[in-house]
Ligand binder design. Structure first.
Ligand SMILES: Cc1cc2nc3c(=O)[nH]c(=O)nc-3n(C[C@H](O)[C@H](O)[C@H](O)COP(=O)(O)OP(=O)(O)OC[C@H]3O[C@@H](n4cnc5c(N)ncnc54)[C@H](O)[C@@H]3O)c2cc1C
Length: 521
């Protein structure tokens, strides 16, 4: 008689996935995994979903802490569709018209819109001789969109062969040139050069050094528009978290991961700051890629992402953000719309101070957010909610004691706002909150307090960026701003799409879940 060995009992955690971080990239990844049958636990140290895209409500003012401009809604719609759901049932997007206004120190302005004819007229108003160059710039932008966004940005770049295959195309598109060099090659007027080249700052890049592939942003804006999520980006994050729960997953807040547990050479779960160990078949880290390797895998000998290499990497800039609420300002500053950019006296040299010299400059350029013109829910009746953001050096350069510097810097910012955008606003301030790079370091565990993780330079993009499937330990995947394709909402939603192509379906019958209906259904 032969003895049959009984099958080993199925590992109840084999179909369990842990996602560290409930940023937009982490939640989008959790949705992708849920759609593949994984039982997902998302863990975040903050008290709410969204990471940099979360909000704080103070005195009736909702401060959207980070992203304000939603481009490429298609990416979100595709994500929802992959989970068998309809994005537009969960979130209301409002198209912006105009997109934003840029105010230059000499009084010139540039208003960006979706409408082609209006944009041409705006360019011709500022610099008629640049009309042809502008047309060529738009064509260049579209070519880079098809290659950089639709092709490279949607697939994994973790194999060296993937990089080698695309090198000729990179060379043809002059990806070695910077965004500013490309714009300057097409238009002569300095206002237009600024208007066509500042976009990398929205994803943490130095326009004078970031690869010109990023001029694709102009096409993205034109093709898909610029939108605002009613309720802020927090509303998108909350909707994502609801989908994760409806898929049978869970989102834990106020919980910090101290270490990724590696057993038998594989990621096997996480150890929480409380000491509790949670086991899983796979681990996905949406924590900053630098934090993931230097802190969460501190006890693992690493081949590629060593502490020395992370230190050598170029990090995106830091941000000083002043969130403030005003009372009794309804009807004031009628010429100030939802998004304004107030340009300081210097461009190239100011950017050099931030990214190269690491010096906190005396002057500044501001992005100002005024959601109360679009979304009444952000401020008490009769009031306004604002934030003013100034790019500053990250903490790695040293030399700025933010505790001491902060009141002085805020005063300078207030003077600039008074003079250039919001005369008399200080008499109306009712709420105030500031974030310095130190806040970014302590709240999001962002290395050097950088606003957008590793800078998207050419030698830190695609294959050169931390891969979505870890180079260091099997069973670990990475998503979010520090990974491919990169920062920004479309970028981090893209990291989840790439991740979805790398993670297999959950093992059959191993603790996987049946989706639950959403409460709204
Ligand atoms: C001020 C500002 C303005 C911006 N404006 C725009 C914009 O208009 N449009 C746009 O598209 N993009 C914008 N961006 C960029 C965009 O917001 C980010 O690139 C994106 O939100 C980053 O998402 P992420 O998935 O990488 O995760 P993050 O938002 O960085 O979230 C990571 C999460 O992981 C958690 N975490 C980290 N470590 C641990 C740990 N050990 N244990 C538990 N939890 C942990 C953190 O608490 C955090 O919640 C802006 C960013 C900022 C800061």
């Amino acid at each position: 008689m032969t003895h049959m060995r009984p099958n080993p009992p199925p590992d109840p955690e084999a179909g369990h996935a842990i996602v560290i971080g409930a940023g937009l990239g982490g939640l989008a990844s959790a949705m992708r995994l849920g759609a593949k049958g994984w039982r997902v636990t998302v863990i975040d140290r903050l008290d709410r979903a969204g990471g940099r895209g979360s909000s704080i409500t103070q005195g009736g003012h909702r401060f959207d802490l980070g992203p304000t401009i939603v481009t490429v809604p298609l990416g979100l719609r595709e994500l929802w569709a992959a989970c068998g759901r309809d994005f537009d049932r969960d979130v209301t997007l409002k198209p912006m018209e105009p997109f934003y206004e840029i105010r230059f120190p000499d009084g010139q302005t540039f208003t960006a819109r979706q409408d082609d004819a209006a944009m041409r007229a705006e360019v011709a108003r500022i610099s008629p001789r640049d009309a042809k160059g502008y047309e060529r710039f738009l064509k260049d932008s579209e070519a880079r969109y098809w290659f950089g966004f639709e092709d490279l940005g949607r697939r994994s770049m973790h194999r060296f062969a993937d990089l080698v295959k695309v090198l000729p195309r990179f060379a043809m598109l002059r990806a070695d040139r910077s965004v500013h060099a490309h714009a300057a090659g097409r238009v002569k007027d300095e206002h237009l050069r600024f208007a066509l080249s500042f976009h990398p700052l929205f994803i943490g890049g130095d326009p004078f050094n970031v690869t010109s592939m990023y001029i694709l942003v102009s096409h993205l804006e034109k093709a898909f528009g610029v939108h605002y999520a009613m309720g802020g980006v927090q509303a998108i994050a909350d909707a994502m978290a609801r989908v994760v729960v409806a898929q049978g997953g869970e989102v834990l807040h106020g919980t910090e991961v101290d270490e990724i547990v590696v057993e038998g050479g594989r990621a096997a779960g996480v150890r929480l700051a409380s000491g509790e160990v949670m086991r899983a078949g796979i681990v996905v880290s949406n924590a900053d890629a630098g934090h993931t390797y230097s802190r969460l895998l501190r006890n693992l000998p690493r081949k590629r992402w060593t502490d020395a290499r992370l230190k050598r990497s170029r990090w995106s800039m830091g941000l000083y953000v002043w969130y403030f609420g005003t009372r009794g300002t309804k009807g004031m500053w009628k010429d100030v719309g939802h998004h304004s950019i107030v340009v300081g006296p210097r461009y190239r040299e100011h950017i050099k101070d931030i990214f190269i010299r690491g010096k906190l400059a005396e002057d500044m350029s501001l992005y100002v957010h005024r959601p109360s013109v679009t979304d009444p829910s952000v401020a008490p009746e009769g009031g306004d909610t604002f934030y003013a953001l100034s790019p500053v050096p990250h903490l790695g350069f040293g030399g700025v004691d933010w505790a001491e510097e902060e009141p002085r810097y805020r005063e300078k910012m207030a003077r600039m706002l008074e003079e250039r955008l919001l005369p008399g606003f200080r008499d109306h301030i009712s709420e105030s909150l500031t974030f310095t790079p130190e806040t970014f370091r302590d709240r999001y565990l962002s290395p050097y307090g950088a606003g957008f993780s590793i800078e998207p330079r050419i030698l830190q993009s695609a294959w050169f960026r931390p891969h979505n499937v870890s180079e260091e330990v099997p069973g670990l995947f990475l998503c979010g701003a520090g990974t491919h394709p990169g920062a920004g909402l479309p970028g981090v939603v893209g990291t989840a799409e790439v991740l979805g192509t790398l993670v297999p379906d959950a093992p059959q019958g191993a603790g996987t879940v049946e989706p639950l209906p959403l409460a709204a259904e």
